[in-house]
Design a binder for this molecule. Structure first.
Ligand code: LLP
Length: 401
């Protein structure tokens, strides 16, 4: 179990950054590409030790600058919509590096991906297999597919981001396998290359991944006993990050993560193992930078009202997620402790919803109109989930050099 509960007392944004932030109209996402590259390097080193293949889950952040770095480090692309496949193709990912998952692929998306000869459709139901088979036949192609199996393993994470339990809509249930495999033999325009699993996201208890490995071993046994060859085992993504300490614990423990799969996954000769990491790749390189519009008196705490809200970062409103909040203008950036007389504030956005709140009773130095506030660890599922509710402007991105 990784201990991600402590909060840092220290603000570690370099002072020069404040001057950079002051140059741009707020709100905006700021991406530190050096942090991204170091994260990618660690992934490459640790996965490479075991010959594992890592795909990046575009759903976490599909910005072209981010994808350019991901591609540079040789990761593949895990897509969940036709437009994500298109973005991956446009950003230079080779077709054999692109996989397409998702419980509801429509015909146009499937046809587009068939046309691009992507390496694998991760299929989630019998009906989807039949549809892809029909469309592939019309196109005169054979689609490479993997069966996404719902392993019924608990990820011990927030219920909205749990995907591998029977009650979730994802994957083919274990009790459906016999029927699916029987029918697959008749679907002549499909070629089964592998099995796919994904149990959830923001998983910090690595024992959930051990449970996944043990279940995958059992399921593999089932296929072996039926003499069905499996070339690829895709164990999905889900590795969590430390939202409480984005500076002192900036990189997830990739060594422990990949080593665990090496230790517990029983592979057959020649089998390849694939991963689909999203959050662990990009969360810590991004911050949402916002300006204080007003300080307003409240009953117990005062409100800091920002010019960014749930339209720019919906995670706190949707999943009650914690993000570290810093006053970049007021913190003594070189001090080991915050300035004297810190105050407690409810940090909220301008949107007409009470759930538009980034944090309650947040300790900050005394804060004033015009101060710049950083909401940390926002590189994953931040900008991609932004909306234009209240007819807000589309949020912009700024990149470190
Ligand atoms: N593979 C599949 C099939 C997935 O559904 C997901 C994420 C991933 C890979 C990547 O998972 P990651 O490594 O990022 O945990 N919006 C939520 C997270 C939703 C995750 C959806 N699926 C959040 O902000 O926490």
């Amino acid at each position: 179990m990784m201990d991600y509960s402590r909060t840092e007392s220290q603000n570690m944004f370099p002072e020069a950054l404040l001057h950079t932030f002051q140059k741009y109209p707020t709100p905006f996402y700021y991406y530190d590409l050096a942090v991204l590259r170091e994260t990618l390097q660690r992934i490459k080193t640790e996965s490479g030790k075991h010959g594992f293949y890592v795909h990046y889950a575009l759903k976490a952040n599909a910005n072209e600058e981010v994808l350019a770095s991901v591609r540079e480090f040789g990761l593949g692309a895990d897509c969940v919509s036709g437009n994500e496949v298109k973005r991956a193709v446009e950003c230079g990912f080779a077709s054999e590096q692109i996989v397409f998952a998702g419980v509801g692929k429509n015909d146009a998306e499937i046809n587009y991906a068939l046309g691009k000869n992507i390496s694998c459709f991760n299929c989630e139901s019998l009906q989807e297999l039949e549809v892809i088979n029909g469309l592939a036949a019309t196109a005169g192609k054979t689609a490479q597919i993997a069966l996404r199996i719902n392993p019924n393993v608990n990820a011990n994470t927030h219920k909205y981001i749990t995907t591998g339990l029977e009650e979730n809509k994802f994957g083919i249930n274990l009790w459906e396998l016999e029927e699916v495999v029987g029918r697959l033999k008749e679907l002549k325009n499909l070629y089964l290359t592998g099995l796919h699993f994904h149990i959830g996201s923001q998983i910090t208890d690595l024992s959930s991944f051990k449970s996944l490995c043990l279940r995958v071993n059992e399921i593999q046994g089932w296929f072996v006993s039926r003499k069905i060859k499996i070339e690829n085992v895709n164990v999905g993504g889900g590795l969590g990050v430390d939202y409480h300490a984005p500076d002192t614990n900036r990189f997830p423990d990739f060594a422990a993560y990949f080593d665990l799969f090496k230790e517990f996954l029983e592979l057959r000769p020649g089998q390849q193992v694939h991963f689909e990491l999203g959050r662990a790749v990009v969360a810590q390189c991004g911050s949402l930078i916002s300006k204080v519009l007003y300080i307003k008196k409240g009953v117990k705490t005062n409100f800091v009202i920002l010019d960014a809200g749930m339209t720019e970062l919906i995670r706190p409103a949707l999943y009650q997620s914690y993000h570290k909040i810093e006053n970049v203008s007021r913190e003594d950036l070189t001090a080991k402790v915050p300035l004297p007389a810190p105050c407690k504030y409810d940090v909220v956005g301008p949107i007409c919803e009470s759930s538009d709140c980034f944090g309650k009773a947040v300790t900050l130095p005394e804060t004033f109109r015009g101060d710049l506030i950083a909401i940390r660890s926002a590189g994953a599922y931040g900008e991609v989930m932004a909306s234009e509710y209240n007819l807000r402007d589309k949020v912009k991105a700024v990149y470190s050099k």
